[in-house]
Design a binder for this molecule. Structure first.
Ligand code: CO
Length: 426
């Protein structure tokens, strides 16, 4: 297990290389491959897999990695999600308005919109391109520099700006990406040039389609008088993706250890790669083709669903139940909800608490105020999908779904330690 400072440095590097779900899946895959995990292809038959370490990608944005004992051993499973709320380019995004070039976007997930204004934005995601033989290929792009900005309206033109105001996604969330000038601009050509810059060996005839997202060009930062805080975009849920990947890299359990990092959690998880889709079930059915055996194995397995929780905000303490005030720096949060928005049970909560004690990590409890709607995550979906005992947990954080979220470094380290412990023998 990495010491605190090295762990946070690696986490920051993971976040920087993961501006989109595609990049997060690729970053996790690279860490696993570097540790000797072998990539499996879903388009091939796997047959009976020998004991070993494997990973598989779906849609280039979801990943399952696992150690396989080739026995009916239980599965120790950690789940997290690779996607974060943001702004995704529309298919024909480029437009000219009052001398400026702009890119039209759709809002992906429940983004907190106000913080997106007046920040340098970069662009990343996936493009589908055609090679000179007519073949369709796919590549991940990342401009890695500011290319857009969404200036807010000056206070002089809107004296009400500091009172609560609705934001119109169609008319107000349109980043500027340049001066229009008088010559025609072909956005596909700009993407093609970026692809050639990133992959000199690629020979794209043209870019056919894209799934590109704006993201905060500012790198993650440490803040606080003693650098206690980690401030960054996408802490929800890249901290959990990173911790799960680190745990699997060092797994030495006699159980089968598996991580699943799903895309599309922020938009309801209904997709081929999402937690409501068949990805995990498909992989488990290949590993354990005999139905009754598979069911027996799953009933003795355990799933930790890791997704960030709401720490109590010192300026808004009334938003929490007074008996349940998870604080920054005091360890992972166990999430409860009577209406099964979280899958934690007395048994699974107790098991996670015991794990925390073994790892010498503190734990806290969260339940929503009874007069506030409760969020949800992949835990209940996976529990309902494969019938596995599940606990929902996550690091406490502030400003969830902002372009800049805040967490305590020590909590990120606590999460890494308890998840690593989960995949260790004895
Ligand atoms: Co989340």
């Amino acid at each position: 297990m990495l010491p605190h400072d090295a762990c946070i440095a690696e986490l920051i590097s993971f976040i920087r290389t993961s501006p989109t779900a595609f990049h997060a899946a690729a970053a996790s895959a690279a860490l696993l491959a570097g540790q000797g995990f072998v990539r499996l292809d879903e388009q091939e038959c796997w047959g009976r897999l020998p004991a070993g370490k494997y990973y598989v990608l779906r849609n280039e944005s979801s990943l399952i990695g696992f150690t396989w004992q080739d026995t009916a051993a239980a599965f120790s499973i950690i789940g997290a999600h690779t996607d974060s709320p943001g702004l995704r380019l529309k298919p024909n995004a480029l437009r000219r308005e009052q001398g400026c070039l702009q890119l039209g976007v759709e809002i992906y997930g429940g983004a907190l919109l106000r913080p997106w204004f007046d920040r340098e934005l970069s662009l990343a995601g996936r493009v589908a391109w055609q090679d000179k033989d007519g073949g369709l290929r796919s590549a991940l792009l990342d401009f890695q520099r500011p290319v857009g900005i969404m200036p807010s309206l000056a206070i002089h033109l809107n004296r009400e700006a500091n009172k609560q105001q609705e934001i119109n996604g169609q008319t107000e969330m349109v980043p500027l990406v340049g001066l229009a000038g008088d010559t025609a601009i072909d956005f596909q050509q700009i993407l093609r040039a970026q692809l050639c810059h990133q992959q000199p060996e690629a020979t794209p005839v043209g870019i056919i389609d894209h799934e590109l997202f704006f993201y905060d060009a500012a790198p993650p930062a440490l803040a606080g008088l003693h650098q206690e805080f980690l401030v960054s975009a996408r802490l929800d849920n890249l901290v959990s993706c990173f911790a799960a990947t680190q745990a699997l890299r060092t797994a030495d359990s006699i159980d089968n250890c598996l991580i699943i990092l799903n895309d599309h959690e922020e938009v309801g998880s209904v997709s081929a790669a999402g937690a409501k889709g068949p990805f995990l079930r498909d992989v488990l059915e290949r590993l354990l083709p005999e139905a009754e055996n598979r069911q027996a194995v799953l009933r003795k397995s355990f799933f930790i669903s890791a997704d960030n929780a709401h720490a109590v905000h010192p300026n808004y303490t009334a938003k929490h139940d007074p008996q349940h005030l998870p604080q920054l720096g005091r360890g992972p949060v166990i999430k409860f909800n009577a209406n099964q928005r979280y899958a934690t049970t007395a048994a699974s909560g107790a098991r996670f608490r015991q794990l925390c004690a073994q790892a010498k990590v503190p734990a806290q409890d969260f339940v929503s105020r009874s007069d506030l709607a409760c969020g949800s995550t992949i835990g209940p979906l996976t529990a309902a999908g494969i019938g596995v005992d599940t606990v929902d947990i996550g690091i406490p954080s502030l400003a969830m779904h902002s372009i800049r979220e805040t967490a305590a470094c020590i909590d990120c380290w606590h999460l890494c330690r308890v998840l690593t412990r989960f995949f260790q023998h004895g």
